[in-house]
Design a protein around this ligand. Structure first.
Ligand code: NAD
Length: 447
């Protein structure tokens, strides 16, 4: 089949390359001419494991190409996916649908023959109706159907997620669209991946409900972590204790600095707004958003407290800028808020991230960037681990200790054991775990 992917970002590029790998002929379109030129030159504008090989293989086979010319690509297409960004709208938090509507208007003019237009972007319930209206208004004679096919891939594991998804959700209002999309996803049908066909509005809502639920789960364990700190319990054991319950499951129960990224913050906010507009407010989601926002600043206070209460004029080393490991995406990353709050408190920041520094540079003009974790630690009065990159999991603690002005380690991802950090001479703070030395008096007494 001939597919067009409008938008060649994290979702469009990965989906486009994976569809090409299934054997379809895919044209990825983007308005960003520099991005298209990069892709045409065989380079990948984002960091996503294994994506370079996948793109190269399919481009070489002639199944995957890149263009800024939407009109020509759409005329040949059986299916046009819209995979453009849907950021939070400035001011009110609703999803900004201007890119989706713009893409719909532009593709409408060039439809030829029956075409299925699919929103792959995360869009609020009812957006498919609006896309349909725009296309009909722009090109009254067009033969088309609008479907919803939200994407659930995770950055950092995007290809694996796309090719071996937990489920595929397809929202349709038209039987012809179902037949076409069954063909598009045929390799996954054959693999017995669960494919859920729903009405279009239901499909749109599934995506937001899934993201809001995951954000809520993270926020729940983060609040339990705060309680653990006050009550002398260990959140990691609590997480394991509840996660072994099949009804709860172990994932998304890692206490940390709060969720960030290109999806959860904007999607929880947009869902909250949609629900309010429909007169059916989602109070749990509203609380999740508020608790998560407050948490990032609370993490900066944790750093100040661990460092003795005042970081004015001191240097803080920050390890990890991306919102999670294995990506270069820094959108809404907790590190950005934590750094800002530390700077507001008078600290100077020296940061290191294996992939995120190029994107973070323009947003953090007053941060100095280091060439390694050890370089960042040089002369610092505290070191904060914000993102759990593998490269930070086995740092040479004595070497860090020697480099620092004061040996304070704030581990916001709980990747070190409190006693090993203490043995290495650090003042150590983590999330939701007992402070070394105060831990488990009953067990010690029994030994
Ligand atoms: P992105 O910002 O990385 O990419 C969007 C791309 O669309 C950009 O390259 C932009 O130049 C291009 N674009 C905008 N308007 C265009 C137009 N009219 N024609 C052609 N190209 C256009 O965004 P992303 O992270 O890939 O997210 C895309 C959508 O997928 C969003 O709705 C997001 O919520 C959703 N989503 C993202 C992820 C993720 O992990 N990033 C996962 C699931 C769903």
């Amino acid at each position: 089949m001939r597919l067009v992917m409008i938008g060649s970002g994290y979702v469009g590029l990965v989906s486009g390359a994976c569809f090409a790998d299934f054997g379809h002929e895919v044209v990825c379109v983007d308005t960003d001419a520099a991005k298209v030129a990069t892709l045409r030159a065989g380079r990948i504008p984002i960091h996503e494991p294994m994506l370079d090989q996948l793109v190269a293989r399919n481009a070489a086979a002639g199944r995957l190409s890149f263009t800024t010319d939407l009109a020509e690509a759409v005329r040949e297409a059986d299916v046009v996916f819209i995979g453009v960004g849907t950021p939070a709208r400035r001011g009110d938090g609703h999803a900004d649908l201007s890119f989706v509507h713009g893409a719909a208007r532009e593709l409408a003019r060039n439809l030829a023959g029956f075409t299925v237009v699919v929103t792959k972007s995360t869009v609020p319930v009812g957006t498919g109706d609006e896309v349909e209206r725009i296309i009909r208004e722009t090109n009254p004679g067009a033969d088309f159907a609008v479907a919803s096919n939200p994407e659930f891939l995770r950055e950092g594991a995007a290809i694996e997620d796309f090719k071996r998804p937990d489920r595929i959700v397809i929202g349709i209002e038209d039987a012809r669209a179902r037949a076409v999309l069954e063909e598009v996803y045929r390799p996954l049908f054959l693999n017995r991946s669960p494919i859920l066909f729903t009405r279009r509005r239901t499909s749109e809502l599934i995506k937001y409900a899934a993201n809001a639920f995951l954000a809520m789960k993270i926020t729940f364990i983060n609040e339990i972590a705060d309680l653990c700190e006050q009550a002398g319990a260990d959140v990691q054991e609590v997480a394991r204790g509840i996660g072994l319950d099949n009804r709860i499951g172990p994932k998304f129960l890692h206490a940390g600095p709060g969720y960030g990224g290109s999806c959860f913050p904007k999607d929880t906010l947009a869902l909250m707004k949609t629900a309010q507009d429909h007169g059916a407010p989602l109070r749990l989601v509203e609380a999740t958003v508020a608790v998560n926002d407050a948490r990032k600043r609370a993490m900066a206070r944790k750093v100040v407290q661990a460092a003795g209460g005042d970081l004015r004029g001191k240097t803080v080393a920050v390890l990890g800028l991306t919102f999670k490991p294995n990506t270069d995406d820094i959108r809404e990353a907790p590190a950005l808020t934590i750094i800002q709050a530390l700077q507001d408190g008078g600290a100077a920041i020296r940061a290191y991230d294996p992939q995120g520094m190029a994107a973070a540079g323009p947003l953090l003009p007053e941060v100095s960037f280091a060439s390694s974790a050890y370089d960042a630690a040089e002369g610092a009065s505290a070191l904060v681990i914000v993102t759990e990159w593998d490269a930070f999991r086995a740092l040479d603690l004595p070497r860090l200790h020697a480099a620092m002005a004061r040996a304070v380690l704030v581990d916001l991802r709980n990747i070190y054991k409190p006693d090993e950090a203490e043995r290495a001479g650090f003042v150590y703070a983590s999330v939701g775990r007992p402070v070394p030395g105060e831990a488990e008096p009953l067990l010690e007494a029994a030994e």
